[in-house]
Each structure stands twice: as structure tokens, then as C-alpha cells.
Design a protein around this ligand. Structure first.
Ligand code: PLP
Length: 375
């Protein structure tokens, strides 16, 4: 049975070149970057070259890149330190953020009694920027936290516009860019964003490593204490092989971006065409011009098929997701779809299909055949 992986917003396959790079570093470059002998210096040089390479791809400086264990850690760190150390009194966010942001903000609200406001989400999944501007009329030390690409619907935020709005109102701007870095160009000389977050396993790199972009002189303080690694902002011996793997993965992602984007966009277009043909009445959850690798669809099936759909496809070797990864398999509706769908539509089966360059038209045909066998 051919297995079909269409859950790339959840995680991606590691590129062969990345595995080779990491294996070589694990075997040969095992020094601790903090050691002063040649083994340590060699590891340190790999670390710093990785940092430079990552920074270059997003047009930041190397000092602004801080390595972390994942996107969740980076989001937690930035939000917590903004409240604790930068004395942010109010956070403006949305109800469609990833739980790594939403649950962190809820915990901070409890602990520090900060004000939290949720900007309005339009029925197509887009953030209402007029509402954001209205909310910013209030005068208190504020941070805006809005994600770039939504991991469930693929809805894209206009980062440039929001960064201008935040600058005009003199507030901090954090964006969870876990779904976009490595898949679209981000230029930090053009954007006045204060904090960004990325995760290697979303762009064909290893799991367990990510990075934060922290604008120079931000004043952020560490979440925990120990060594002097990462300028003391993120102590702990650096996972050199993971970091080098992440740098290699980002490099390959950006070198192949246009070609892979074209391939993936064609697959998404083909899937929509096939759905129109085989399942008239299906609806796209979100915008028609959402991010090129994610399609979230509401299928014209009865509500009693909802619980079975993922299981049924899985039996046929097809991996897709219902909402975000942490909720797949559970029958609780996604918190993102709950914001944009009616109660009735929420009960019906929605699927998130997310592509990578490894997918083919045949994968789409197999998905359609799998869905047809459920009709
Ligand atoms: N933010 C978004 C938008 C995500 O999609 C994810 C992963 O699902 C995360 C944060 C968490 O990243 P990580 O898996 O590296 O902790």
C-alpha cells in the first residue's frame, strides 16, 4: 500500500542532505562549543556559521538569532519576558493563535493580572485590522502577538501592515512565524517586528530545535539560568548537530523556494479542482488565497462521519489532519474553526490537507479516492 503524507503543517520529512550533515557533525564534531580546545573551537565555529547563515536568509544580524529547543519554547520565552521584564501590561492577540501562544498568554494573565484583548477574526479567518487599530487607541504598555500563517487554515497576516500599525502606536510586535519561515521570504530590514519564532521541523529540518529572532537591545531576559550560552539568554550546551541541521534545512528551503512553491501550489490547485468535481458543495475554511501549502475544507458529509474520517483515511495509508496536530484524533472541535464556522458546520467533517514538495498528483488522487469510498 502506498503511504500518503499530507500533514506537512504538523511536521515534515527531513531532507537527506540535512540528515547527512547532522550525522557527520554527530560523528566528528562532537566538541562542546564552550570548550577552548580545538574540538570546542570547531563546534563553536559550526554554531556561529549556522547562526550567520540563518540570519542572512531573513535579513537579520547574527546577534539577533537565539537558538531554542522548539517554537513553543521561543514563544513562551518572549511572551513571559515581555511581561516580567519589559513590563508589558496588556497583550493584544487573537483567538486563532497556536496554543503555544494562547495558553502562555492565559497563564500570564493569571500570574501577572495583565489585560488581554482579542482582536476580531473575520468569517474568512482573516484578522480584522480596523479592530486592531481601534484596540490600539488605548494607552498602556502593549505587545501585539499575531501569527503570520495560521497552522490550521493557512490564513496569512499582512506582516508589513501590522508592523507599521504597531510602530505607529509605539507598541511591541511579536509574530509566531513557525508556519512561514522557510516557506516564504521574510525580510527583517523591511519589517519593524520585534520578535519572531521559527521551528526547524516545519521546514524539513530536525525536531527539537528552533530559534527566536529578537531585535537588538530588546531588553529580554532569560527564562532560566545556568551558563553563558546564547549570551546568557538561553543557557544550556548548544545542540550543535540540530542547529547545523536547521541551518542546512533553511538554506535548502530558500534555495529551492520558487520551484517548490510552484509545485506545491499546482498540487493545491489540482486538489481544489478534484474536490469541486467529486464533492460539489464542499467549502474552503478560510480564504481562497490562503497560504500555498495548506487547504482546510469542510466536506459535504453528514455529521456522523466526522469521528470516523481520519481513521478511515489512516486505514488507507493517508495522513491528513483535523485542525491542528495536537487535536487530531480527538473529537473536540478545533479552537480555530470554532471562531469562523457556524455551530452546525463545526459538527461536520473538516480536513486540513498540507503539502510539501515531496507530494505528487497521485497523492491527491489517492486522497480523493479514499474520500469517495466514504460517501
Ligand atoms: N506555532 C505554530 C503556528 C505551530 O504550527 C507550531 C507547531 O505545531 C508551534 C508554534 C509549535 O512549534 P514546536 O513544535 O517547534 O514547538
Amino acid at each position: 500500500m502506498k503511504k500518503v503524507y499530507l500533514d506537512n503543517a504538523s511536521t515534515t520529512a527531513i531532507r537527506t542532505e540535512v540528515i547527512q550533515e547532522m550525522a557527520q557533525i554527530m560523528a566528528q564534531d562532537y566538541g562542546n562549543p564552550s570548550s577552548t580546545h580545538s574540538f570546542g573551537r570547531n563546534a563553536k565555529s559550526i554554531l556561529e556559521l549556522s547562526r550567520k547563515s540563518i540570519a542572512k536568509h531573513i535579513n537579520a544580524t547574527a546577534q539577533e538569532i537565539i537558538f531554542t529547543s522548539c517554537g513553543t519554547e521561543a514563544n513562551n520565552w518572549i511572551l513571559r519576558s515581555a511581561v516580567k521584564d519589559l513590563k508589558v501590561k496588556r497583550i493584544i492577540t487573537s483567538k486563532i493563535e497556536h496554543h503555544a501562544v494562547l495558553h502562555t498568554i492565559m497563564a500570564l494573565q493569571q500570574e501577572y493580572n495583565i489585560q488581554v484583548d482579542y482582536v476580531r477574526v473575520k468569517p474568512n479567518g482573516a484578522i480584522d485590522l480596523t479592530d486592531l487599530t481601534d484596540l490600539l487607541a488605548q494607552d498602556s504598555k502593549t505587545l501585539v502577538s499575531l501569527m503570520h500563517v495560521n497552522n490550521e487554515t493557512g490564513t496569512v497576516l499582512d506582516l508589513k501592515r501590522v508592523s507599521v500599525i504597531c510602530k505607529e502606536h509605539n507598541v511591541l510586535f511579536h509574530s509566531d512565524t513557525v508556519q512561514s519561515i522557510g516557506k516564504t521570504n521574510v525580510d527583517l530590514q523591511e519589517l519593524s517586528v520585534d520578535f519572531l519564532v521559527a521551528s526547524a521541523h516545519k521546514f524539513h529540518g530536525p525536531k527539537g530545535v528552533g530559534f527566536a529572532f529578537v531585535r537588538k537591545n530588546s531588553g529580554l531576559q532569560p527564562l532560566f539560568y545556568g551558563g553563558e550560552q546564547e549570551k546568557g539568554l538561553r543557557p544550556g550546551t548548544e545542540a550543535v548537530h540540530q542547529i547545523a541541521g536547521m541551518a542546512k534545512a533553511l538554506d535548502l528551503s530558500y534555495s529551492n523556494l520558487e520551484e517548490e512553491k510552484k509545485h506545491i501550489s499546482a498540487l493545491k490547485f489540482y486538489l481544489i479542482e478534484q474536490l469541486e468535481k467529486e464533492f460539489p458543495g464542499f467549502k474552503i475554511n478560510g480564504n481562497s488565497d490562503d497560504f500555498y501549502n495548506i487547504l482546510n475544507v469542510l466536506l459535504p458529509f453528514s455529521a456522523d462521519k466526522t469521528a470516523m474520517i481520519l481513521f478511515h483515511l489512516d486505514m488507507k495509508g493517508i495522513a491528513v489532519s483535523r485542525g491542528s496536530a495536537c487535536q487530531s484524533g480527538s473529537i473536540r472541535p478545533s479552537h480555530v474553526l470554532a471562531e469562523i464556522l457556524s455551530d452546525e458546520d463545526l459538527k461536520k467533517p473538516s480536513l486540513r490537507i498540507s503539502f510539501s514538495h515531496y507530494n505528487s498528483m497521485e497523492d491527491v488522487d489517492l486522497l480523493i479516492a479514499g474520500l469517495k469510498s466514504m460517501k
